[in-house]
Design a binder for this molecule. Structure first.
Ligand code: HEC
Ligand code: HEC
Length: 218
């Protein structure tokens, strides 16, 4: 594709830009989700993701916040649990039952209004060890493309867990494995705390139904 673009003598910068955006929208096409259908499908999910500060049982860490996340990233994450690229037995079981359309609908419901970049640093300095991260996750933790997850306001203990998983192979994403590998435990904690402090941040959708479900399943 690149060489075809380069060899087009008549291709002006404008035509190239139009082509690039046509390709980008063709790739994005399947991710159109219906939040109303997603809400119905999310009933079980809310038993964990709809309760603020709900914890994964073992090891203990917070269930991630999904509200304000990029819906495209949420779909990628669900596919990674389904395929086993991310190893987590509950999320594998949950994602295995979902079709691509189900995932897009659920993602649209959970994401609601995805956070937009502000470029802020929450009044503090970006930690030294996070200097490489900001290229994709921003100084404010808002992923600069829909495929880069937003980290702002996310639970620090979940961010630590995710980074350790990339480092040790529980998550096999090759890009993040490379960035997590050189980080020490202290740097991981420092980065996680920095991003979790950023506001506006991700949130937990709360629903009466979710609490009813949690009580019923005790
Ligand atoms: C029993 C509790 C539980 C239930 C039920 C559950 N989840 Fe999860 N979910 C988790 C935990 C814990 C994680 C973090 C897993 C890890 O460490 O990778 C997670 C991770 C995720 C992520 C990744 C978020 C990110 O930032 O990468 C998504 C998306 C997600 N869940 C969506 C769902 C959906 C959709 C459902 C329902 C179909 C669901 N979950 C049901 C506990 C749960
Ligand atoms: C080239 C872009 C890029 C850079 C640079 C980058 N990341 Fe990522 N990051 C990603 C992508 C893409 C994912 C999603 C990977 C997946 O599907 O599991 C991700 C996922 C994550 C997650 C998991 C989020 C979640 O909700 O589960 C954390 C935490 C994270 N990155 C932190 C970092 C840190 C810390 C650095 C710097 C040391 C960094 N990233 C550098 C692209 C990047």
């Amino acid at each position: 594709m690149g060489s075809w673009v380069r060899s087009g003598v008549l291709a002006s910068a404008v035509a190239c830009a139009a082509l690039a955006s046509a390709i980008a929208s063709a790739q994005d096409a399947p991710a159109k989700g219906d939040p109303a259908r997603g809400k119905v499908l999310s009933y079980t999910c809310l038993g964990c993701h709809g309760i603020p500060n709900y914890k994964n049982a073992f090891p203990v860490y917070s269930v991630p916040k999904l509200e304000g996340q990029h819906p495209e990233y949420l779909v990628t994450a669900l596919q990674a649990y389904k395929s086993g690229e991310r190893s987590h037995s509950t999320m594998h079981l949950q994602a295995s039952t979902l079709s691509d359309q189900d995932m897009a609908d659920i993602a649209a419901f959970f994401a609601r209004e995805p956070l937009q970049p502000t470029g802020n640093t929450g009044g503090g300095n970006v930690p030294e060890a996070a200097q490489t991260c900001v290229a994709c996750h921003g100084t404010d933790g808002v992923g600069i493309t829909p495929m880069y997850p937003t980290l702002s306001g996310q639970h620090a203990d979940y961010l630590v867990r995710a980074l350790l998983d990339y480092k040790r192979g529980g998550r096999k994403n090759p890009v993040m494995a490379g960035f997590a590998a050189p980080l020490t435990d202290a740097q991981i904690r420092e980065i996680a705390e920095y991003y979790s402090r950023q506001q506006p941040g991700l949130d937990t959708l709360e629903y009466k139904e979710a609490n009813a479900f949690a009580v019923a399943s005790r």
